[in-house]
Write a protein that binds this ligand. Sequence first.
Ligand code: DC
Length: 213
Amino acid sequence: MNGSALIIAIDGTFASGKGTLARRVAGRYGLAHLDTGKLYRAVARDLLAEGGSLEDAERAAQVARRIDADTLDDPYLKSGGMGSAASKVSVHPPVRAALLDYQRKVAARGAVLDGRDIGTVVCPDADVKLFVDAAAEVRARRRFEELKGYGEDVTVEGVLAALRERDDRDMSRATAPLKPAADAHLLDTSKLSIDAAVSAACDVIDAVVNATA
Ligand code: DC
């Protein structure tokens, strides 16, 4: 391990359950949790609020350099529109570079970070790396239920189409594309309850913690 600071990287596809998993794992090990998707969502929110374009890499990077971590709990960030806007600003290398330092500082204190490039780029030396995925139809159904809970007017088909588009963009971008790190443990949550997924993740983490204790 890196001194006493345990770093757990949880990457995965959209609506794979990685966010809930990361929050639960952080609670179990007494670690801070950073949902790094919120950083990209906040960049998209602030950029659009000042009239900027999601295609404008330089302006998006300027916004990313002044992101206020105290605004990450804004419920508006969880909307479907912000997710797709976040995916668009996240393709710009200067935006990714601007957010690196903050993510690494959080990690250095010991944390669970979830995102798309934590195990590959942000924390390549993380103690434990998990890559979470599930069948697209299962993820679409989960996300549909979540968005309905926020009061959004959505259909499963619409959510599935948006999900495929997002997977495609996240996996095919040139910089830090979504992919499992070579040393990541793969976790398919298609048939797992959240409790079962947490338990499987903790088995992997415990094995690492016990081996280095
Ligand atoms: O995890 P999420 O749905 O909140 O992420 C929103 C978008 O942000 C995602 O489609 C791609 C981008 N993202 C990223 O590029 N790298 C990360 N570490 C986290 C999110």
